[in-house]
Every structure is written in C-alpha cells, then in structure tokens.
Write a protein of this length. Structure first.
Length: 473
C-alpha cells in the first residue's frame, strides 16, 4: 500500500534541504526566537534543538516563517499519527465546531465522548475490552499515569511502584518518580520515594553485561527473586508500570517473552500491571497497541498523544475489578475536550480502515533494514532497533573500547551534530536514550514511499557528514 502524499499549496518550494531565506523573513524568525528566549522559561526543550518558527504544516511537511520546509520525523513526539492537519482530523474539527456542540463540559456525557469511547474500545484486544472501564484524565499522558497509579493504590490498599531503568512516564510527581532519567529527578526532592527500580532488557547495553535473550531472562529472574526475597527490602507494591517499547529511553523494545514473564510474575503475586502506551499506541509499532505483540492482557493501559488526533486527550482503560475509587478521586477541569474526542474518534477509525497499522510495520521494517545495512559503511551506527515506525539509531565512538556485550561507548556530541546536520538538510529528528546518543525516528503513519526514501537519504548523508574525521560541535 502507498499512502497518497498530502502537500502544502504550491509556492515554489519543496520539502527539501533548508535554503537561504529572504533577509526580511529571516529577521522576523530571528526576532520571534529572540523573544522566546527572553520570555520563556529555561526549561524549554525542543526550541533549543530546532531554531525554527513553524508557520504552516501539512502531512509530514513543516514550513517555517522564512519559507524553509522540513520533513517532520518527530511528529509531536509521536502525537501526530496522521501528520499535521490531516483532512480527516480537520473535517472532524469543522464538523464539531459547526454543530454547536459544547467544547467544554467537564466530564458530562456528550455524543462526541460516547462516539470516541466506542471507537477506542473497538481497537482494544477483545479480552481486555470486554472487561474495560475508561477514565478521562487531564489532557496529558503524565496525568493519566498519575491516575493509573492512584487507581491501583486505591484498589489494593498498598503503596509503592515497580518501575524500570530507562523508563519515561511523565513530569508530575508520581510519573516522575517512576521515570528513570536521573537528570530530571535529581533536583526534585523525594522524587524516588516508594519506587523500586528493576532492570529493563536493553540488549545493546545489557544491565547484566550479557545481552540478547539471556539478558532478558536474567532481568525476569532478578525481578521475581527480588519480590520473593523476605530480606529483599521490597514490600508488595500497588503496581508495576512499564513500556512495551521504551520511547524516550531510546526506542528500546521489550522482548515479547519477557513481557509475558512480567505478566506471569505480577499475576502470581497479585500485583496490577500497568502498560504505558502513551507514545507506542495507535499503530505506531505495527500493532494497534504495542502490548499486542506479546499477547498479554494488562490490568490497565495509559493512553494519550495520538488518541486525540493531534489535540490534547488522555485516558486510562482498566479492568473493571479495579474500579473502586470514589467520585472525584481523580479529576481535572479539562478532561472533557470535545474537539479532541471528535478528532480522536476520526483518527482511530481512519488508522484502522486505511490499514495504517500494517503499513507502519512494513515501512518500519524497510527503514530499519536499510539503516542496519549502513553499519559496515558508517561504523558510528552502533545499534538500530525499534518496532514499526518507532525507530532508534544509537550512535557510538567506533574507536572506543568495547564493553562486555560488544558495544562501543556512546557518542552524544556526534548525535548533536547529526541532529543539526539533519535540520540543515530539511529533516527534523530528535535524540533520546542514554546520554542522548540515539537518533529517534517517529514519522507519521501516513509517510509515503517517496518521503521514506527522502528521510533515509537525508539521515544517511547527515550521519556521514557529521562523523567525518575532525568534525566537532
């Protein structure tokens, strides 16, 4: 299947490498960027990596105020399953606006909410959907993580969480505590309270120094024995939370057998299992939900990003046996986003009807295979991994010493140069993983064959240029 391209109105420019902008357009963009630096907080992130001012966007293409165009392989950190301003999402917005539907009614029932719930439940594994309850949260994934943790604490009467190295679950208190990134947690007092950190099976940099299936087996054995050790220091927790594919952790997929082991271990010990599908959901990994690859049924799933069709929306879906909290136990003003429910329902159905889940698997496999094939030519590529259109390319110093698994040292400065070289070539990519040394690709599911080749060509060229001897930031 080839998805037809969606292009911006013709203006003489293509989605290609950045060109010199007209002096007045460049000055306008620089002035806007200058005001942002002067007025916004020092915590801004993407604005530091991408000194551009987007003005228009359609499909996979972003155009800046200076007229330069870029292929967007960030997609709102995975939010834009259909790319920017897709006609399906735009039509849903216009239809809802023209209908006179209330855009904000807290958690009251609306036709749009009912329709979204129908559309979402239709995508869930049948065994899970048959027993599912849904809770609408504040419009960010981190709030949904908070809700899932609170739900399980309420249901079990226990405290504490099992979380994993490399995890990213959000920036609010409970979600941050479960997040593995030390740099964002070390300045926040108490952010690690009541969280037991377990080793995630990251084959290329295996925490046990062995890699492969054996590393995953050791991870499962460690978790099981720690929980059963009367002197292990772990009080039975309220929940385990994990990502089937770690996103910000560097596009690291969990082995299916390991996920099945986590389900067995938690089930046998009456520990609820929460799967965070905020970034990996809605077809991105080549299954509608990443957990489906392993066939397990979690007790709760956390969903956000792409479920809103590009607009803010977050929910948790969970087994009805855990529905024991009181009215108002988790609330928020903006949990009734009518427009997001309308665009979300339209997006979920379009992804299913157009076979975009299968296309993500096909195109992702093609991209991964081509990138893997570059390793002999570009030895700075240490590892290529991921699932579907959730891909990571870990960059290394090929002259550095090998570790016990055969991995060279990370190369974060090289990764920075590659990101900049990509931007100069009209390609937006972001970094993640340990030490920010992994180039992450999260293109929209509607990426065309032509766009796929352009992304790969530009990324290849950027890596080759940035890794030339003598190149430094």
């Amino acid at each position: 299947m080839t998805v037809p391209p969606i292009t911006l109105p013709a203006n003489g420019r293509s989605a290609g490498p950045a060109r010199d902008a007209a002096p007045d357009a460049a000055a306008t963009a620089n002035a806007i960027l200058g005001r942002q630096r002067a007025r916004e907080s020092s915590a801004r992130t993407y604005a530091r990596s991408f000194p551009i001012v987007p003005a228009r966007a359609l499909g996979m293409t972003i155009e800046g105020t200076d007229g330069r165009r870029y292929l967007d392989c960030l997609s709102g950190a995975g939010t834009l399953a259909l790319g920017h301003n897709h006609p399906v999402a735009m039509e849903a917005i216009r239809r809802t606006m023209d209908s006179g539907a209330p855009l904000h009614v807290l958690d009251l029932a609306t036709p749009e909410k009912d329709d979204f719930t129908d559309a979402l439940f239709a995508t869930l594994p049948a065994k899970f959907a048959d027993r599912a309850r849904i809770h609408f949260c504040g419009p960010a994934g981190t709030d949904a993580v908070e809700a899932a943790l609170k739900l399980m604490q309420t249901a079990t009467g226990r405290r504490g969480t099992l979380a994993f190295t490399g995890a990213y679950h959000g920036m609010t208190a409970g979600a941050l505590a479960a997040t593995g990134n030390v740099s964002v947690r070390e300045s926040v007092a108490g952010s690690a309270s009541e969280v037991t950190r377990l080793p995630y099976p990251y084959s290329y940099r295996c925490p046990f120094g062995v890699g492969g299936e054996r590393g995953a087996e050791l991870s499962a054995t460690y978790a099981e024995r720690l929980l059963d050790d009367p002197s292990g220091g772990v009080v039975r927790p309220a929940a385990m939370i994990l990502e089937a594919v770690q996103g910000e952790g560097g596009a690291v997929p969990a082995p299916d057998a390991w996920l099945r082991e986590m389900r067995r271990i938690t089930s046998e010990r009456d520990i609820p299992l929460i799967v965070d599908e905020v970034q990996s959901g809605v077809g991105r990994t080549g299954a509608f939900w990443a957990v489906e690859h392993s066939g397990i049924t979690p007790d709760a799933m956390v969903m956000s990003k792409a479920i809103g069709g590009g607009l803010p929306l977050a929910v948790i879906v969970y087994d009805q046996d855990y529905d024991g909290w009181l009215p108002g136990a988790h609330t928020g003003t903006f949990r009734g986003n009518t427009l997001a429910m309308a665009t979300g329902a339209a997006t979920l159905r379009y992804v299913t009807e157009q076979g975009l889940v299968e296309r993500a698997a096909t195109v992702g496999a093609r991209m991964t295979a081509r990138l893997e094939g570059l390793r002999p030519e570009l030895p700075v590529i240490g590892d290529v991994r991921g699932r579907g259109l959730m891909i990571g390319v870990e960059l290394v110093d090929p002259e550095g010493p090998l570790d016990s698994v055969g991995a060279h040292p990370v190369a974060p400065e090289l990764a920075d140069r590659v990101r900049s070289a990509c931007l100069a070539r009209g390609l937006i990519v972001e970094l993640g993983g340990r030490f920010g040394s992994t180039v992450r690709l999260l293109p929209p599911l509607v990426i065309t064959d032509e766009e796929t080749e352009a992304v790969l060509d530009r990324l290849t060229d950027a890596i080759a240029e940035a890794s030339k001897p003598g190149r430094r930031s």
